[in-house]
Write a protein that binds this ligand. Structure first.
Ligand code: ITT
Length: 207
């Protein structure tokens, strides 16, 4: 396999990695997980938007490893909380990446708020970056509601409390394949897969 066929997913989150690989079915790429490279972690996310943070992660990775890179920055925006936790979703409960705490705080903040006011959306920004600095972004948004308590064991993060619009179940109650068809990540990375199909790696342009 030649060097340019390697694509590194610039995420430290294995759940995201597994979802993205399944969504994209990247047959012509040798997809690597950042954790396959020893001693490399994701950089600090100092941006204030999903796009900025996604670019920071993918750029860091492609510059360092000299491979094309993909990243995902995502978050949950709750209307009753004026859009919080948003880009700070992974540390909302006070401890980075602690989903139980994040959910606990979210449900506490929404205590007493009726269903029709528990509207929220999951947003995903998918970013593709080449070592020369070229980048391309695709976005996916799924509207929904925040459940009153957690339901389901599948998925990760806020999945047990997010009910996508048109469904009666949380993301965590859906089968993995179902979530990977309709999620914010699915929408963003399906579009990215289409983009990459048309991408001319040799000349770095759309065919
Ligand atoms: P990387 O930055 O290493 O990719 P991360 O988990 O820190 O991994 P983000 O900075 O994008 O990712 O944080 C997004 C957070 O939003 C994530 O930690 C989850 O808590 C939540 N989240 C994103 N997508 C989700 C999904 O599909 N289901 C549930 N929660 C999700």
């Amino acid at each position: 396999m030649s060097k340019r066929n390697i694509l590194v997913l610039a995420t430290g989150n294995r759940n995201k990695y597994e979802e993205i690989v399944k969504i994209m079915s990247l047959s012509e790429w040798d997809v690597k997980f950042l954790k396959d490279f020893p001693n490399i972690s994701t950089p600090e996310e100092t941006g204030t938007t999903y796009e900025e943070n996604a670019l920071i992660k993918a750029k860091f990775c492609s510059e360092l490893l000299k491979f094309p890179s993909l990243s995902d920055d995502s978050g949950l925006e709750v209307d009753a909380l004026e859009g919080r936790p948003g880009v700070y979703s992974s540390s909302y409960g006070g401890v980075e990446g602690d989903s139980e705490r994040n959910i606990h705080r979210l449900l506490k903040d929404l205590e007493g708020i009726p269903w029709h006011k528990r509207t929220a959306r999951f947003i995903c920004c998918a970013m593709f970056v080449l070592p020369d600095g070229f980048f391309h972004c695709e976005k996916g948004i799924v509207e929904g509601h925040i459940a009153v308590e957690p339901y389901g064991d599948n998925g990760f993060g806020y999945d047990p409390v997010f009910v996508p619009l048109g469904y009666e179940n949380t993301y965590a109650e859906l089968l993995q394949e179902e979530k990977n068809k309709i999620s914010h990540r699915a929408l963003a990375f399906q579009k990215m897969a289409e983009f990459l199909k048309e991408f001319d790696y040799e000349n770095c342009s759309i065919r």
